[in-house]
Design a protein around this ligand. Structure first.
Ligand code: HEM
Length: 278
Protein backbone atom coordinates (compact mmCIF):
# COMPACT_ATOMS: atom_id res chain seq x y z
CA UNK A 1 0.00 0.00 0.00
CA UNK A 2 2.74 2.48 1.00
CA UNK A 3 4.70 1.84 -2.19
CA UNK A 4 1.85 2.21 -4.69
CA UNK A 5 1.10 5.21 -6.87
CA UNK A 6 -2.68 4.81 -6.72
CA UNK A 7 -3.17 7.61 -9.25
CA UNK A 8 -1.19 5.69 -11.90
CA UNK A 9 -3.37 2.61 -11.27
CA UNK A 10 -6.46 4.81 -11.46
CA UNK A 11 -5.42 5.85 -15.00
CA UNK A 12 -6.99 2.58 -16.25
CA UNK A 13 -10.39 4.05 -15.33
CA UNK A 14 -9.84 7.83 -15.28
CA UNK A 15 -7.67 9.44 -17.96
CA UNK A 16 -4.48 11.09 -16.59
CA UNK A 17 -5.42 14.29 -18.44
CA UNK A 18 -8.64 14.48 -16.36
CA UNK A 19 -6.59 14.12 -13.16
CA UNK A 20 -4.11 16.76 -14.36
CA UNK A 21 -7.02 19.03 -15.34
CA UNK A 22 -8.44 18.63 -11.82
CA UNK A 23 -5.13 19.73 -10.26
CA UNK A 24 -4.94 22.79 -12.55
CA UNK A 25 -8.55 23.64 -11.69
CA UNK A 26 -7.72 23.44 -7.95
CA UNK A 27 -4.73 25.80 -8.44
CA UNK A 28 -7.00 28.27 -10.28
CA UNK A 29 -9.62 27.99 -7.52
CA UNK A 30 -6.99 28.77 -4.85
CA UNK A 31 -5.76 31.78 -6.83
CA UNK A 32 -9.31 33.03 -7.50
CA UNK A 33 -10.39 32.48 -3.87
CA UNK A 34 -7.34 34.33 -2.54
CA UNK A 35 -7.89 37.31 -4.87
CA UNK A 36 -11.63 37.46 -4.03
CA UNK A 37 -10.77 37.23 -0.32
CA UNK A 38 -8.35 40.16 -0.68
CA UNK A 39 -10.93 42.25 -2.55
CA UNK A 40 -13.72 41.42 -0.09
CA UNK A 41 -11.75 42.05 3.11
CA UNK A 42 -9.75 44.89 1.52
CA UNK A 43 -6.79 43.26 3.27
CA UNK A 44 -4.19 44.38 0.68
CA UNK A 45 -5.51 47.96 0.82
CA UNK A 46 -5.43 47.91 4.65
CA UNK A 47 -1.96 46.38 4.62
CA UNK A 48 -0.44 49.08 2.40
CA UNK A 49 -2.27 51.97 4.10
CA UNK A 50 -1.14 50.66 7.48
CA UNK A 51 2.46 50.30 6.26
CA UNK A 52 2.38 53.90 4.96
CA UNK A 53 0.95 55.15 8.28
CA UNK A 54 3.68 53.28 10.18
CA UNK A 55 6.36 54.84 7.99
CA UNK A 56 5.25 58.31 9.13
CA UNK A 57 6.06 57.52 12.78
CA UNK A 58 9.34 55.75 11.95
CA UNK A 59 12.37 56.98 13.87
CA UNK A 60 14.86 55.58 11.32
CA UNK A 61 14.72 54.26 7.78
CA UNK A 62 15.25 50.60 6.96
CA UNK A 63 17.53 50.05 3.95
CA UNK A 64 17.35 47.42 1.21
CA UNK A 65 20.00 45.15 2.75
CA UNK A 66 18.27 45.21 6.14
CA UNK A 67 14.97 44.38 4.42
CA UNK A 68 16.58 41.33 2.78
CA UNK A 69 17.85 40.25 6.22
CA UNK A 70 14.35 40.73 7.67
CA UNK A 71 12.78 38.70 4.82
CA UNK A 72 15.30 35.91 5.43
CA UNK A 73 14.50 35.93 9.16
CA UNK A 74 10.76 35.71 8.35
CA UNK A 75 11.38 32.79 5.99
CA UNK A 76 13.48 30.87 8.51
CA UNK A 77 11.51 31.72 11.64
CA UNK A 78 7.84 32.43 10.88
CA UNK A 79 7.39 30.49 7.60
CA UNK A 80 9.58 27.36 7.72
CA UNK A 81 9.52 26.71 11.47
CA UNK A 82 6.19 28.28 12.60
CA UNK A 83 8.13 30.53 14.99
CA UNK A 84 5.14 32.80 15.69
CA UNK A 85 3.67 30.20 18.04
CA UNK A 86 5.13 30.49 21.52
CA UNK A 87 3.02 27.59 22.77
CA UNK A 88 5.19 24.54 21.89
CA UNK A 89 2.17 22.23 21.43
CA UNK A 90 0.58 24.63 18.96
CA UNK A 91 3.87 25.10 17.18
CA UNK A 92 4.48 21.38 16.80
CA UNK A 93 0.90 20.77 15.67
CA UNK A 94 1.22 23.60 13.10
CA UNK A 95 4.55 22.23 11.87
CA UNK A 96 3.03 18.77 11.35
CA UNK A 97 -0.07 20.20 9.65
CA UNK A 98 1.86 22.60 7.41
CA UNK A 99 4.69 20.30 6.35
CA UNK A 100 2.29 17.34 6.05
CA UNK A 101 0.10 19.37 3.68
CA UNK A 102 3.06 20.56 1.61
CA UNK A 103 4.56 17.05 1.29
CA UNK A 104 1.14 15.57 0.49
CA UNK A 105 0.33 18.15 -2.21
CA UNK A 106 3.78 18.13 -3.82
CA UNK A 107 3.92 14.31 -4.05
CA UNK A 108 0.35 14.18 -5.42
CA UNK A 109 1.39 16.61 -8.19
CA UNK A 110 4.59 14.62 -8.90
CA UNK A 111 2.67 11.33 -9.16
CA UNK A 112 -0.08 12.73 -11.40
CA UNK A 113 2.17 14.73 -13.74
CA UNK A 114 5.48 12.79 -13.79
CA UNK A 115 4.23 9.21 -13.38
CA UNK A 116 0.67 9.34 -14.73
CA UNK A 117 0.38 5.64 -15.71
CA UNK A 118 1.87 2.32 -14.61
CA UNK A 119 3.95 2.38 -17.84
CA UNK A 120 6.37 4.82 -16.12
CA UNK A 121 7.21 3.18 -12.75
CA UNK A 122 7.04 5.55 -9.79
CA UNK A 123 10.11 5.63 -7.44
CA UNK A 124 8.96 4.07 -4.14
CA UNK A 125 9.95 7.16 -2.16
CA UNK A 126 7.22 9.28 -3.80
CA UNK A 127 4.16 7.28 -2.60
CA UNK A 128 5.93 6.71 0.72
CA UNK A 129 6.24 10.47 1.20
CA UNK A 130 2.62 10.90 0.06
CA UNK A 131 1.47 8.62 2.89
CA UNK A 132 3.84 10.28 5.37
CA UNK A 133 2.53 13.74 4.42
CA UNK A 134 -1.11 12.67 4.81
CA UNK A 135 -0.30 11.05 8.17
CA UNK A 136 1.58 14.12 9.48
CA UNK A 137 -1.34 16.33 8.44
CA UNK A 138 -3.83 14.01 10.13
CA UNK A 139 -1.81 13.75 13.38
CA UNK A 140 -1.17 17.53 13.64
CA UNK A 141 -4.72 18.35 12.56
CA UNK A 142 -6.59 15.95 14.89
CA UNK A 143 -4.37 17.02 17.79
CA UNK A 144 -5.29 20.66 17.03
CA UNK A 145 -9.00 19.84 16.58
CA UNK A 146 -9.50 17.76 19.74
CA UNK A 147 -7.12 19.43 22.20
CA UNK A 148 -5.35 22.58 21.11
CA UNK A 149 -7.74 25.00 19.41
CA UNK A 150 -8.81 27.82 21.64
CA UNK A 151 -12.56 26.95 21.57
CA UNK A 152 -11.79 23.62 23.25
CA UNK A 153 -8.63 24.27 25.29
CA UNK A 154 -9.52 27.70 26.71
CA UNK A 155 -13.22 28.34 26.17
CA UNK A 156 -14.35 24.90 27.30
CA UNK A 157 -16.54 24.27 24.24
CA UNK A 158 -17.10 20.66 23.13
CA UNK A 159 -14.86 19.37 20.28
CA UNK A 160 -17.85 18.60 18.06
CA UNK A 161 -19.11 22.17 17.94
CA UNK A 162 -18.01 23.83 14.71
CA UNK A 163 -18.62 26.99 12.74
CA UNK A 164 -17.60 28.42 9.36
CA UNK A 165 -14.13 29.35 10.62
CA UNK A 166 -13.47 25.61 11.04
CA UNK A 167 -13.97 24.86 7.34
CA UNK A 168 -10.22 24.97 6.69
CA UNK A 169 -9.11 22.53 9.38
CA UNK A 170 -12.07 20.20 8.79
CA UNK A 171 -11.54 20.03 5.02
CA UNK A 172 -7.82 19.40 5.61
CA UNK A 173 -8.65 16.60 8.02
CA UNK A 174 -11.27 15.07 5.72
CA UNK A 175 -8.88 15.19 2.73
CA UNK A 176 -6.03 13.45 4.55
CA UNK A 177 -8.28 10.92 6.30
CA UNK A 178 -10.16 9.83 3.16
CA UNK A 179 -6.90 9.76 1.15
CA UNK A 180 -5.37 7.36 3.70
CA UNK A 181 -8.50 5.17 3.89
CA UNK A 182 -8.72 5.15 0.07
CA UNK A 183 -5.12 3.96 -0.15
CA UNK A 184 -5.65 1.38 2.63
CA UNK A 185 -8.64 -0.01 0.71
CA UNK A 186 -6.38 -0.50 -2.32
CA UNK A 187 -7.20 2.64 -4.35
CA UNK A 188 -9.51 2.55 -7.40
CA UNK A 189 -12.91 4.19 -7.72
CA UNK A 190 -14.93 3.63 -4.57
CA UNK A 191 -16.82 5.62 -1.95
CA UNK A 192 -13.58 6.69 -0.22
CA UNK A 193 -12.19 8.04 -3.48
CA UNK A 194 -15.36 10.09 -3.98
CA UNK A 195 -15.12 11.44 -0.39
CA UNK A 196 -11.39 12.20 -0.88
CA UNK A 197 -12.10 14.21 -4.03
CA UNK A 198 -15.14 15.91 -2.46
CA UNK A 199 -13.18 17.05 0.59
CA UNK A 200 -10.18 18.25 -1.43
CA UNK A 201 -12.58 20.19 -3.68
CA UNK A 202 -14.06 21.86 -0.58
CA UNK A 203 -10.51 22.56 0.71
CA UNK A 204 -9.28 24.23 -2.48
CA UNK A 205 -12.63 25.57 -3.67
CA UNK A 206 -13.53 27.07 -0.28
CA UNK A 207 -10.56 29.44 0.04
CA UNK A 208 -12.86 32.48 -0.07
CA UNK A 209 -14.82 31.17 2.93
CA UNK A 210 -12.02 29.58 4.93
CA UNK A 211 -8.68 30.43 6.59
CA UNK A 212 -6.76 28.85 3.70
CA UNK A 213 -5.30 32.15 2.45
CA UNK A 214 -3.56 32.83 5.78
CA UNK A 215 -0.60 30.88 4.41
CA UNK A 216 -0.04 33.69 1.90
CA UNK A 217 -0.98 36.67 4.12
CA UNK A 218 0.82 35.68 7.34
CA UNK A 219 4.35 35.88 5.90
CA UNK A 220 3.63 39.42 4.59
CA UNK A 221 2.20 40.44 7.97
CA UNK A 222 5.19 38.95 9.81
CA UNK A 223 7.57 40.87 7.53
CA UNK A 224 5.72 44.14 8.13
CA UNK A 225 5.69 43.53 11.89
CA UNK A 226 9.47 43.09 11.94
CA UNK A 227 9.92 46.23 9.81
CA UNK A 228 7.91 48.30 12.32
CA UNK A 229 10.26 47.14 15.09
CA UNK A 230 13.34 47.90 12.99
CA UNK A 231 12.18 51.38 11.94
CA UNK A 232 11.06 52.30 15.46
CA UNK A 233 7.40 52.96 14.57
CA UNK A 234 6.35 49.88 16.63
CA UNK A 235 2.70 50.07 15.50
CA UNK A 236 2.24 52.99 17.88
CA UNK A 237 3.20 50.87 20.92
CA UNK A 238 5.58 52.18 23.60
CA UNK A 239 9.15 50.82 23.71
CA UNK A 240 10.04 47.91 26.02
CA UNK A 241 11.28 49.97 28.96
CA UNK A 242 13.82 48.61 31.43
CA UNK A 243 12.41 49.99 34.69
CA UNK A 244 15.77 49.76 36.46
CA UNK A 245 17.37 52.07 33.87
CA UNK A 246 18.05 55.47 35.58
CA UNK A 247 17.18 57.21 32.27
CA UNK A 248 13.72 55.57 32.30
CA UNK A 249 13.29 56.40 36.01
CA UNK A 250 14.12 60.05 35.24
CA UNK A 251 11.50 60.02 32.49
CA UNK A 252 8.87 58.46 34.76
CA UNK A 253 9.79 59.76 38.28
CA UNK A 254 6.74 58.15 39.92
CA UNK A 255 7.92 54.57 39.20
CA UNK A 256 9.69 54.10 42.63
CA UNK A 257 6.49 55.35 44.35
CA UNK A 258 4.60 52.35 43.02
CA UNK A 259 7.26 49.74 42.46
CA UNK A 260 10.19 50.53 44.77
CA UNK A 261 13.75 51.54 43.89
CA UNK A 262 14.58 48.33 42.00
CA UNK A 263 11.39 47.41 40.16
CA UNK A 264 11.35 43.71 39.21
CA UNK A 265 10.85 42.72 35.59
CA UNK A 266 7.48 41.00 35.71
CA UNK A 267 7.47 39.99 32.02
CA UNK A 268 4.44 39.90 29.80
CA UNK A 269 1.27 39.52 31.87
CA UNK A 270 -0.36 37.66 28.97
CA UNK A 271 2.17 34.88 29.55
CA UNK A 272 1.61 34.71 33.31
CA UNK A 273 -0.69 31.69 32.97
CA UNK A 274 -2.67 29.80 30.36
CA UNK A 275 -5.96 31.38 29.26
CA UNK A 276 -8.62 29.14 30.78
CA UNK A 277 -11.02 31.41 32.58
CA UNK A 278 -13.74 31.89 29.99
C1 HEM B 1 0.51 24.44 3.96
C2 HEM B 1 0.57 25.52 4.71
C3 HEM B 1 -0.18 25.76 5.98
C4 HEM B 1 -1.15 25.00 6.60
C5 HEM B 1 -1.77 23.70 6.15
C6 HEM B 1 -1.53 25.70 7.82
C7 HEM B 1 -2.48 25.27 8.73
C8 HEM B 1 -2.96 26.01 9.77
C9 HEM B 1 -4.09 25.66 10.60
C10 HEM B 1 -4.90 24.38 10.46
C11 HEM B 1 -4.26 26.65 11.50
C12 HEM B 1 -5.34 26.74 12.56
C13 HEM B 1 -6.49 27.47 11.96
C14 HEM B 1 -7.68 27.54 12.86
O1 HEM B 1 -7.65 28.31 13.85
O2 HEM B 1 -8.69 26.89 12.54
C15 HEM B 1 -3.24 27.64 11.28
C16 HEM B 1 -3.08 28.80 12.02
C17 HEM B 1 -2.02 29.65 11.88
N1 HEM B 1 -1.06 29.61 10.89
FE1 HEM B 1 -0.91 28.25 9.42
N2 HEM B 1 -0.78 26.85 7.92
C18 HEM B 1 0.06 26.91 6.83
C19 HEM B 1 0.98 27.90 6.55
C20 HEM B 1 1.29 28.94 7.41
C21 HEM B 1 2.35 29.90 7.20
C22 HEM B 1 3.29 29.92 5.99
C23 HEM B 1 2.33 30.76 8.29
C24 HEM B 1 3.18 31.95 8.66
C25 HEM B 1 4.12 32.46 8.05
C26 HEM B 1 1.25 30.34 9.15
C27 HEM B 1 0.93 30.94 10.34
C28 HEM B 1 -0.17 30.63 11.12
C29 HEM B 1 -0.56 31.37 12.30
C30 HEM B 1 0.18 32.56 12.91
C31 HEM B 1 -1.73 30.76 12.77
C32 HEM B 1 -2.52 31.12 14.04
C33 HEM B 1 -3.28 32.35 13.91
C34 HEM B 1 -4.58 32.19 13.24
O3 HEM B 1 -5.34 31.25 13.55
O4 HEM B 1 -4.89 33.05 12.39
N3 HEM B 1 0.64 29.23 8.60
N4 HEM B 1 -2.46 27.23 10.22
Amino acid sequence: MLLTNHFAELSAVISPSIMQGYIILMVLLVMGGTILDMIHKKSAQYFFENAKKAQKSATRSVGGGEKVAIATAVLVNEVLTSGEFSNPRRRLSHLLTMWGTIIFIVTTVIMIFAYPTTATPTPAIVPQLWHLGALMLAVGGYWFWFAIRVDVSAEGLPWFRFERADLFILSLLATSTFALIWSYMGGGVNVYFVLFILSSTVLFGGVYFSKFAHMFFKPAAAFQKRVTVADGSREGLPPDYDLTDPEVQRKFPDIPTYMGKNPPNMGLCIKAERAKHY
